[in-house]
Every structure is written in structure tokens, then in C-alpha cells.
Ligand binder design. Sequence first.
Ligand SMILES: *Cc1c(COP(=O)(O)O)cnc(C)c1O
Length: 393
Amino acid sequence: MSYQVNQKGFYGEFGGAYIPEMMHPNIEELKNNYLQIINSYNFRQDFISLLKNYVGRPSPLYYAKRMSEHYQTHIYLKREDCNHTGSHKINNTIGQILLAKELGKKRIIAETGAGQHGLATATVCALMGMNCIVYMGAVDVERQAPNVKKMRMLGAEVIPVHSGNKTLKDATNEAMRDWINNPVDTHYIIGSVVGPHPYPDMVARFQSVISEEIRWQLDEQTGREKPTRVMACVGGGSNAAGAFYHFLDDEDVELIGVEAAGKGVDTNETAATLALGTPGVLHSSRSYLIQNEDGQITEPYSISAGLDYPGIGPMHAHLFKTGRAKYIWATDEEVLQAVLLLTRKEGIIPALESAHALAGLEKILLKPEDVTVVNISGRGDKDMETYLNYFGY
Ligand SMILES: *Cc1c(COP(=O)(O)O)cnc(C)c1O
């Protein structure tokens, strides 16, 4: 069984490139060049050097002693929260900006919901001296004011999108429209393992540095490369794809993704795509979606804006369908308890998204001899207002 994308851009029955004809030249150019570029010696040198000296990699693999005692098992945390700009998103934007440069592009566009991907994109554009336009739903521009200010300070133009529900889905539509109108000089940096082929594969490769490091770091600390299981939160699925990547063919390593259930999978306020979704096409790829009987996308909800997406990357749809990875979910309430537990046990305030992976620890059987690696995708700074309101400090 292969868990990698095939030549046509499919993971089993999922993925592909269901694009409007107008977008064809852009996608063809990318598809025909991405592998050769990202596997070239010069690209690897630049990518590895920036990850090390700019992002601060390798991110630590930390044995969480008090968390391990609490759960009577062994828990390691992969600390993507320690990266420059505070999350795993920067791994992908560094890769894509180098690729864009190689393709001779001068102008970068991106979509963002919570603003973490917009921030990581604005950051690498400042680094490379590229023009940066970030499309963001007008509602999100209001909700995520600090990230909007940072992006503008970094020199990016943030364009509020007033169509539809004025959130991530609408920002993505607007970014695609821009790309169609500017096919020659513009590269579109997508922020997760979603969208048309080759984006899911390309983003997974850039994020795979996470599991590449976990293997040697775990070996260094325990004498074995493989944990019992790896756990990560899943929105579009990029941090999970990166954490799973180099373990996909080791069937003895359990892979667990944790989705955002919002107020519960039995309510309409949820974003647990694999728990509730059915196959369909969104943003140019076939995967599972939360949709009604007419195929209309249901608005997703989660306390964490980074997981508030109605779809999931095609790689995860395939891992789910084949049973290679398991997907569970956590509610807002469970996630906030997990935030507090990590904060008080280890002195680490995680992002709301990452705390979904931690909340998953409550829902599975952890044996004393098990070694579980939990990917901490980002830090909690951006969520402080939510935490302060909820915990009442
Ligand atoms: C964006 C984000 C996520 C969700 O995106 P994935 O593509 O599913 O990883 C998770 N955690 C953090 C900190 C994020 O910023």
C-alpha cells in the first residue's frame, strides 16, 4: 500500500486538480517543475540553511516528565511552537518562497484565516524582498487584529474580502481569482496540504522535516527511532502530515489525528470533517467535506480559528479510508482543559489548535511502556485573549 501521491496527483481516490481552465497554466508550471526544483542541491542547501539559522530548527523534542507521570506513560513533545513566528507554518512558507524565486516570480499572494499563515507568508516576503498580498475575510480581519497589524508592519498588503461569509473560504476564492488574473509573475502560497495537486504533496514534503527530526531525536534520547504513536491536530492537515510523513510506511507506528469538534459532533457547530463529512470536491481537490445533501458546504465552527475549515487534505482522507491513521476529535471544552494541563505541568502555553492533540491523550489507551510523540504545532500567544476570558485571570 502506498500512502504517497501518485503521478496523477491522487492519494487513492482523493486529491487531483479540479481546476477552472483559466488556472491550468499556473498549475501546469508548478506541477512540471516542483520536484526537480525542491530536490536540487542548491534548493536543499538554501532550505536547510534557512530552517536552521532563520527558523531555529531543529525544534526540540522534549520529554514531558510531569505530563508522563500524570498519564502514567511516556510523552514527548515536538516543539514547533519554538519556531520563528510561533508555529509550523513557517516551514512551508520558506520552502514555497524559495520555489517562487526559482520560478522567477516577483509577487506572492496568500489566503489566511486566523492569520498564522498570512503572518508566515508576510515574514518570508520581507526576508526575500517580494511583494506580498494577503486575502483575508473581512470578519477575520476584525477578529485577528494583532496578526493583521503584524502583516502590515512586515510590508504586506492585507485585503479584506467582503463576499460570502467573509471568512477563510471566501479569502481562498479571492486568492484563486487573483492568481488566474496574474499567471506570469505571481506565486500563490497555500498554507496547508489542501488545494489542487501538487500543493498537498509539496506542502507535505516541506513539513516532513518535523518527522525527519523526530526520528533522529528520539533515537538520540531513547535508542529507538520509532515511537508507539504520533499524535497531531488536524485542520487542513499540514502539521499532522509533517509529523506522520516519515512514519507512514512503518505500520507498527500508530498515527492519530485529532479534529476540532467545536461544541460537539452532535451539534451544527463543529469542524470534525472526517467524523461527519462525506466525499466531495472543495478548492480543487477531492476529499471529505462537511456538506449538506445538496453538496453545499456547511459553515464550520471551532474555538480555534486555525482548525475552522470545512475540508481536510486528500492525504488524510486516504489515510482515514485505508485505516492507516486514526482520527478522533476533541471539543472546545476538552481543549481548554488540555491547555491548562500542559501550562501547569510543563510551563508551556500551547496554541488552541495544538491543544486538540493534547486533549486526544484523554481519549486513547496509554500503556506504561508506550512512547507517544505529540506535535505542538504552535504557541499560545495569539490565543491569550481567549484564555484570559475563559479562565478569568
Ligand atoms: C494553521 C495552524 C494549524 C492547522 O493547520 P494544519 O494545516 O492542519 O496544520 C494548527 N496549529 C497551528 C498552530 C496553526 O497555526
